[in-house]
Design a protein around this ligand. Structure first.
Ligand code: DLZ
Length: 194
């Protein structure tokens, strides 16, 4: 590595990434939505490019980045309960209201998308720390890979560059595309069959 060989960013996986049987959850913020929207679109495009069926991509929004881990965990848990046959039979017997048919769980991976931009107070530091730890915990506690799709930027322009909507000639790179690929790769992670 070094010199001209240096490849900035993630190298493509050597595995075949076939997402045709996957169900993916995207939770995104409404804070900084002008920058969040292209990131969500980038993630969806890449999921579909890997074969994920549009009807198997469920998208939900929350107010801000601080809400991302709690919302992702809640929706992942709901999708796991919905696919549990025993609890379905109990629900039928008790006539419990069903979750929407749209959530055809369980999700195989989730992507949390948001944009934090540093202001003049310590708010940014507290939220970034809580959200990054929270999203990691969701993935480990639910056993559903949960991708950290949160930009933590010092300026608006840094965030726009990372959403592929930078000003000027260089629009930057849409990180949402990488997050879609990461979700498929992590959802398909298996030991080889013997
Ligand atoms: C309050 C706040 C601030 C100052 N900045 C951002 C931000 O840059 N990006 C973001 O997604 N959310 C921000 N929030 C909102 C918090 O994440 C959260 O929604 C509120 O504190 C309510 O819990």
């Amino acid at each position: 590595m070094g010199g001209d060989d240096f490849h900035k960013g993630v190298k493509p996986s050597s595995q075949k990434l076939d997402g045709s049987n996957l169900k993916i959850l995207i939770v995104h913020t409404r804070w900084n939505q002008e920058i969040v929207d292209p990131l969500v679109i980038g993630a969806v495009h890449t999921l579909e490019a890997h074969g994920v069926h549009p009807s198997n991509i469920v998208i939900r929004d929350v107010p801000g980045a601080y809400e991302l881990p709690g919302a992702a965990q809640k929706l992942i848990r709901q999708s796991q309960q919905q696919s549990n046959l025993v609890s379905n039979i109990v629900d039928d017997l008790l006539n419990t209201p069903k979750l929407s048919d749209e959530v055809k769980g369980p999700f195989d991976a989730a992507i949390c998308i948001g944009v934090l931009i540093k202001g003049s107070t310590m708010h940014f530091e507290y939220i970034a720390d809580a959200v990054s730890h929270g999203i990691m915990r969701v993935g480990l506690d639910t056993n559903v890979p949960t991708v950290f799709g949160v930009l933590t930027c010092l300026t608006d322009e840094q965030a726009m560059q990372r959403a592929g909507i930078g000003k000027g000639d260089d629009k930057g790179h849409n990180h949402g595309e990488d997050w879609g690929t990461a979700a498929v790769e992590m959802a398909l992670l298996r030991l080889p069959l013997t």
